[in-house]
Write a protein that binds this ligand. Structure first.
Ligand SMILES: Cc1cc2nc3c(=O)[nH]c(=O)nc-3n(C[C@H](O)[C@H](O)[C@H](O)COP(=O)(O)O)c2cc1C
Length: 284
């Protein structure tokens, strides 16, 4: 009951606007009660698809000396990491994106810095530290800690390379009934804030691959693929981005008093090149 009340008090839209990737941290431990709050919170989030996930906090200072956990020096100063472990199954990426972003927003509301890491961490060593079973994997992790005012050089370079401050315009992301007509903010009515919160969401290399088509109260989510990713990683990182967009859309809708469900609607629209349908939100 107490836990439920604490969680309801969090304004997720504030957290969405406040969150940014933090790669340089103070040498200051995350208090035990905050760590516990995050883990408690993680288990209250219901994934949109039926995926088995668990979240584990790992301390670099407490792992066995033969395990060399690291982030290729991308993250500086942080010693505590939340690791997302999932069973290898269909739609694990969307579920993971949805739940992990929820956790990241919750950590943000506790004034902790975070940074999604899908590529720049030593996966083999994390797999060892987490003691994974054959059917599990750890696609993403995040450091948690307190942001340092002066960013490291790598941090500055990573953010500049991804153009992290920029976001695409509505005209590129959101459409009205089909892909031929961009959706204007004023035409989105009460859903305009849900879409705006998708627009500010984080994504791998800031590609912002989500495309959304509004058809009355249905919002069809599509993925605009960047072919490069398929060849680099052992999971579909851009589907994680879609899960993040689903999280921002649904949490905003909920805070505005809108309810809805995720459904496979197969809208049968003609898609631009490299765009594929993922899922729809049906507002009720
Ligand atoms: C799924 C995912 C994976 C990411 N992987 C990395 C990574 O491996 N290394 C890194 O430095 N940043 C990573 N990022 C952070 C993005 O570059 C960042 O979110 C994006 O540039 C937007 O910047 P912002 O988070 O400051 O808004 C990742 C983000 C997402 C969503």
């Amino acid at each position: 009951m107490f836990l439920g009340r604490c969680i309801r008090e969090v304004n997720m839209r504030d957290a969405m606007l406040k969150r940014k990737s933090i790669r340089t941290y103070k040498d200051e431990a995350v208090p035990q009660d905050l760590r516990q709050k995050i883990i408690n919170y993680a288990y209250t989030v219901k994934a949109p698809f039926n995926t088995k996930m668990r979240f584990q906090i790992v301390d670099l200072n407490n792992t066995s000396p033969d395990i060399k956990l690291g982030t290729y020096r991308v993250i500086r100063g942080a010693t505590t990491y939340i690791c997302a472990v999932t069973r290898k199954e269909s739609r694990m990426e969307e579920s993971l994106g949805y739940v992990f972003e929820n956790i990241i927003l919750y950590a943000t509301s506790l004034s902790l810095g975070t940074c999604w890491l899908g590529g720049t961490f030593n996966k083999t060593e994390f797999v060892k530290a987490l003691n994974l079973s054959e059917d599990e994997c750890v696609p993403v992790i995040t450091p948690i800690g307190y942001s340092k005012d002066k960013r490291s050089l790598v941090d500055t370079i990573m953010a500049a390379a991804a153009g992290s401050r920029n976001r695409k315009d509505w005209t590129e992301l959101f459409f009205d009934k089909d892909f031929s007509k961009p959706l204007k903010k004023e035409e989105a009515g009460i859903f305009s804030e849900c879409l705006e919160m998708v627009r500010v969401a984080p994504s791998a290399s800031n590609r912002q691959p989500w495309r959304i088509v509004k058809d009355r109260n249905n919002f069809h989510f599509f993925l605009c693929r960047n072919k490069l990713y398929g060849k680099i990683l052992d999971f579909d990182i851009q589907k994680v981005d879609i899960g993040i967009a689903m999280c921002h859309f649904e949490l905003t809708a909920r805070e505005l008093g809108i309810s809805g469900i995720w459904r496979d609607m197969k809208p049968g629209l003609t898609c631009p090149k490299n765009v594929e349908y993922i899922i729809s939100y049906a507002a009720q």
